[in-house]
Design a protein around this ligand. Structure first.
Ligand code: X90
Length: 276
């Protein structure tokens, strides 16, 4: 049996018609904890974190959680959030070694997205597509690594508070964002870490800069996936801008799940696209 698995940073909790499972990360404070699964009310969770005075944390899935997801499948494709910011990829790899030593006939391919959200979605969709075309396990593993090199991830955020608080971005970079309507536009580095690109004042400027940045990196009309944190309007504006410049493209926007919402924060947006 073939199975596709992603951690919950991938924002898809379901994949109709596909044997798919989302393995949740968790979010917590000293008082409460949230599992990033399809029962999570992301809006209420965000409200809770914004009203909470103390610190908040996230944790990657345990090895055990991956092992349970692997159970019963014999050809498994996994995509994870970047190893540059999370232990998720590592825990999936540990689980893979353990599972294969107990089930030597099982094949498991774990892909480090070096991205998050929509970057993971694009990889997952590609693996499904390759499998549907009848590619073998070895072919999919090889082709997906190549495909990964053609992907780029950008994000526009209103606040870097939670990223800085959890040591994922420097406090110096974070401190300039959020005041006086300043948004940060950033990208995923080759190592899968956060790389600031520009500071923009206001949403309109952010939209212009995102669109010009995407063109600058060589976007020519490939597939685009967007995930936003309660900011349908910004997502729409970017979709309209891309369609205006590139015509008919395969573009979709998704509401962010718990993990991406926590880090990208209210109003935030993450854009993954095929370049090459
Ligand atoms: O292991 C854990 O506890 C999870 C840690 C995740 C930390 C970063 C999540 C970032 C989500 C922010 C903008 C996109 C940045 C992507 C750069 C590669 C969203």
């Amino acid at each position: 049996m073939v199975k596709f698995i992603a951690d919950s940073a991938c924002d898809l909790k379901d994949y109709p018609g596909i044997n798919f499972e989302s393995v949740p990360l968790t979010l917590s404070t000293e008082d409460r904890s949230f599992t990033d699964d399809k029962d999570l009310n992301v809006h209420d969770m965000l409200e809770y974190f914004y009203s909470h005075k103390g610190r908040s944390y996230t944790a990657c899935p345990s090895t055990q959680a991956w092992l349970e997801a692997f159970e019963g499948a014999d050809e498994i494709y996994v995509v994870t959030i970047t190893s540059g910011l999370s232990g998720t990829y590592n825990s999936a790899c540990v689980a893979k070694e353990q599972y294969i030593s107990d089930h030597p006939e099982t094949k498991i391919c774990v892909v480090d997205s070096l991205a998050t959200g929509p970057g993971e979605v694009l990889l997952l969709e590609k693996m499904v597509e390759l499998k549907n075309e009848g590619k073998t396990f070895e072919e999919v593993c090889g082709m997906i690594e190549k495909y990964k090199n053609s992907l780029r991830l950008h994000f526009g955020l209103k606040s870097l508070h939670n990223l800085a608080q959890n040591g994922r971005v420097s406090k110096i970079i974070a401190s300039a964002v959020g005041i006086m309507n300043i948004r940060i536009l950033g990208t995923a580095s080759k190592e899968g870490t956060i790389e600031p690109v520009a500071k923009c004042r206001g949403e309109k400027k952010l939209i212009e800069t995102v669109l010009s940045e995407i063109k600058k990196i060589g976007y020519k009309g490939g597939k685009v996936r967007i995930c936003h944190v309660e900011n349908e309007e910004l997502s729409k504006a970017i979709i309209e801008g891309l369609i205006r410049d590139f015509g008919k493209i395969d573009i979709k926007s998704i509401l962010a799940g718990g993990l991406c919402s926590f880090y990208a924060e209210k109003g935030g947006i993450i854009i993954g696209c095929e370049c090459s």
